[in-house]
Design a binder for this molecule. Sequence first.
Ligand code: HEM
Ligand code: HEM
Length: 577
Amino acid sequence: MTTTGRQAAKESSGQRVADWFDGRLGTHSLGKKYLRKVFPDHWSFLLGEICLYSFVILILTGVYLTLFFHPSMNEVTYHGSYVPLNGVRMSEAYASTLDISFDVRGGLLIRQIHHWAALIFIAGMLMHMMRHFFTGSFRRPREVNWLFGWTLLLLGLFEGLFGYSLPDDLLSGTGMRFVDGAILSVPIVGTYLSFFLFGGEFPGHDIIARFYSLHILVIPGIMAALVVAHLILVVYHKHTQFPGPGKTERNVVGAPFMPVYMAKAGGFFFLVFGVIALISAVASINPVWSYGPYRADQVSTGAQPDWYLGFAEGLVRIMPGWEINVAGHTLVLGVLIPIVVFPLLLVFIGAYPFLESWITGDKREHHLLDRPRNRPIRTSIGTAWISIYLILLAGGGNDIVATRFHLSINTVTWAVRIALFVLPVIVFVATRRICLALQLRDRELVLHGRETGVIKRLPHGEYVELHRPLSPAELHTLTQHEQPRRLVLGPAEDTNGVPSPNRRMPMLRLRARLSRALYGEGTQVAKPTAEEYRQAHRPNEHPADELPAVEQQPGERQMREHQVSERQVSEAGPPDG
Ligand code: HEM
Ligand code: HEM
């Protein structure tokens, strides 16, 4: 057979396989539709991929760990390779974690990869969530996908807590003691709940096995289903994109799934895996052998949860130890208030898309992202929220901060208490001002172009700096956004003196107030109108238009070539607000 003959035979067998699948699964039409799906190119879209890949790594390493981990609280005497604990009585769970670390081939590395991937997974989710928050990608039609993501974050926090508790070392047992304390503080039913969860008095004999089922089966199962639903919705809605020339609410500009995105994404998976493996190989995490087995009468110093639960720990640590007695029941407010505030902080973020669309009344679809500076109040709420999270994280480590910096723990606790109320306000105000300053800068750039540093002397002796007008693409990016108006209730009475019904509706009044806070005076800098733009660029009004009057400087030709067309000006349009 000739070479071409062989090739043809090979192609036809490939073709036959493809036909076989197409006939049964409809792969041809599916592939035709989805393999050309376009993905926009922006680094922040990689955050979602980091979440996805670290989730896959968690499942792969988690399955390996299940082969050797024994989720049992039965007491055994340790006789493994770690000599300092030889002869010590401990739970089977702890003994098997020591075996994974010292006796199972590659066990310690896999444990470390699992733990580091968990930390990176949740950091990735938080950053991914904040990128959606700051750019407004949660708006219609993506509110449901936001909720799916938010649920994933919540489940991720609990999944991490349960995993952290499994080895049954002194640190994880202290974490469980914390959970027990929080449950006990629930009024009336707290004790019952605690007995129910732990199968008797804390720590009982069941909790590791129960957390194990939740950790390897129930929660990952729900999370995997949610991730699939999340990604199906990303494909169904199509990607949002940052504003720019050629990008509209009706198209997506970027590279196709096959082959460009596929190659990039495949490479990025190995990059994420490689970096996590490298960190795990060089940076020890959760060295359970040095903490010893859990005993309910002991607690180690410097006990910390993993970073993502630090804010819950911080809330409890900075609360004064208030207790009150109501109808014969002791209410431990020092713990009860934090366990109410903790979910509220998360619920606020989860509900934000619905809250914002209720306030603004904006029910339209949005596929173009906001530049965070153009929504100063939303951006400020986001940064203030992050500051609360971070300050509480510092509160959760008040003992570490105190010992490392040689401070009194009371000073650190008081500093965190004060900062919790003061810092978010400062961050809010500073972010708002920065956003407004950036809007002002955009306005200046549109009207006067970029400063070039080139000074020109006019015939009558005046010195002026040359400004380079922006390119049409830059002009479009800086002026394409809408400037929403605030909700106005209208006059209190009509012309006949009849009070307006609007005024009597408290929810509407609240909406109007919140809308004023979001889009009212002082929340945006009016973007330049076409008229202002024309004025600023009238011949002889602007030094950039007078270039021929003086000697040619490098780049001047380019400056004149970048004059903006009338079409661009009309696209920019007048501000709505
Ligand atoms: C297991 C966790 C998660 C995974 C694997 C994941 C994965 C992804 C991926 C790959 C994308 C498309 C790329 C991108 O826009 O970044 C995406 C989009 C999205 N994610 Fe997530 N995500 C997770 C958690 C979250 C969380 C915690 C939120 C928010 C609370 C969220 C909200 C969204 C939204 C609203 C979109 C659509 C945005 C758009 O089309 O631009 N996701 N997610
Ligand atoms: C999706 C997110 C997951 C997170 C955030 C997570 C987190 C954790 C953490 C922080 C630990 C403690 C590790 C240590 O010993 O230092 C752990 C342990 C463990 N995880 Fe996961 N995990 C996840 C998924 C899974 C899955 C899917 C499985 C199994 C299929 C699994 C199986 C295990 C086992 C067996 C242990 C105990 C072994 C040990 O601690 O050495 N995990 N997990």
